[in-house]
Design a protein around this ligand. Sequence first.
Ligand code: NOJ
Length: 585
Amino acid sequence: MTSLKWWQTAVFYQIYPRSFADGNGDGIGDFKGIIEKLDYLKDLGVDALWLSPHYPSPNWDCGYDISDYCSVAPEYGTLDDFKTFLAESHKRGIRVILDLVLNHTSDEHPWFLESKSSRDNPKADWYVWMDGTPPISEGNGGSRRGVPNNWQSCFDGDAWTYVPERGQYYYHYFMKQQPDLNWRNPEVKQAMWNVVRFWLDLGVDGFRLDAIGTIYEDPSLTPHTVPMNLAQLRRASELARTPAEKKQIEKYWYDMFKHQWGGPGLHDLMKELRAILDEYDGDRMLVGEDDDIAYMGDGGDELHLVFNFPLMRTERITPDHIRRNQKERLTRLEALPVKGWQCNTLGNHDTSRLFTRYGDRQHDSSLARLHAALVLTLKGTPFLYNGEEIGMTDLIITDPSKLRDTMATWYYHSLVNDLGVDPAEAALRAGEMSRDKNRTPMQWNNAPNGGFSPPGVQTWLPVNPNYKEGINVRDQLHNPNSLLNYYKNLLRVRRNTPALVEGEYIPLHPRAEDYFAFLRQTSAQTVLVILNFSNNKLELSFSRTAALKDKSLHLLFSSAVHSHTDLSPKSLHLGAFEVFIAEVK
Ligand code: NOJ
């Protein structure tokens, strides 16, 4: 019996509801579709779902601009459909966490409509309002701005938008359709805690907290010192070539936003929220969209998990990168008064798909298998993103009128109109930076529309045509060598091998450049994992590793073929890109 909590042993799977399964044939995913796929998820072997926002939204930011926190987007169904989804998930032993967007609401949320209506309405102080002089358009296309300071929105230029009714500006870290709430106002807190209770009362198992770092900004509004605006910085990032240029750009990104992140107050806020969850039974949990371990408090009084984003912040996943990352993260987590637990992921709805991002265009399929094995064997809770299990790839949309990610549309117009970039080049850049590429509909079979929607229906984003080339669930279910069956097998091995879930992590051969080898060890079981990141066969010996001395290995899983399942750690032969998992006997 493990002493770990469910959120430590579970494998999470992120559902992006708009793109997961279209149950009513309107081109948009919905709860009916998700419910129909729960058996698939059970069979895949995941234990918990993270549902990206399912609330009513004008969709300027694909659901992350919420206009009603206690309801369901009509295109996804009704609250009753949600309840059915939750009950059906729980019936299958699958937990559900929701996406909770605390920093901002939609500008169509009734709270904001009231707040912006005057300076003295009851919600006048629910958002971040500042004085400034009205923007005055000048001749020749120029404009004189009266904004409170030079802060930028990370999505669409100025972080301040003027409202004539109040003669003031409101602050938005994200789009202007996403005004920041004023969390220093206790009424805001109460209103949001009511939302939290609403969903907890319905039985959800926890929340993924969106963009928590942006909740509090520097109260003195210290201006940034970067000599460019957002669009110029994005463009400069694209054009940076040398390591020195890239380093400078990285510093600019940090400097541009450092006053808008991590303002004082967040730890107390997270403690308050945690206390609410702890009132409920069932170990409800919080995972923060942040990598800062400090937001776990003492390990028991703030967030349960933060994502190990540094693992994915690299152009290539290498053994050296993994070892350094694990050492740094685990050392910090273990130093917390209540030991912290790691949370690994290699992709989500904001990032290029892992198959594309970490592929090399020659060995993509082998690399995808290595990366899946990495996330599923490292110590910590793994988060998978829908579609990665069948190797879905990015689909770059080069027609700007077809983009649905409005921050990319904004960037396209800035490139063409403000920076004079050629429209064809701008379209490509916008398509590449757009998150649409990694949000296309799930590919269920090789029928038209990939089985996501009925044939002939216009889907909300185009379906990647590679569903016809075997990148779809049905074809892969029938193919024993498919990526999907590989994930299923790996998930099964993980579930049946306690050391892979609970065991300590002990890195081996710390200087190996081609492969990453480590043990996962409990008092009852030791497992050796080797991930060969090279295209070469390897002959390895672990005769000097104390835990393996005079032992034999029993093969649990391999992506290659071994003629024997009992092997000697003194001389192991691994194939190119092999994933090797064996129990020490
Ligand atoms: C982080 C979410 O993951 C992203 O999709 C969204 O655009 C921003 N937060 C704003 O809510």
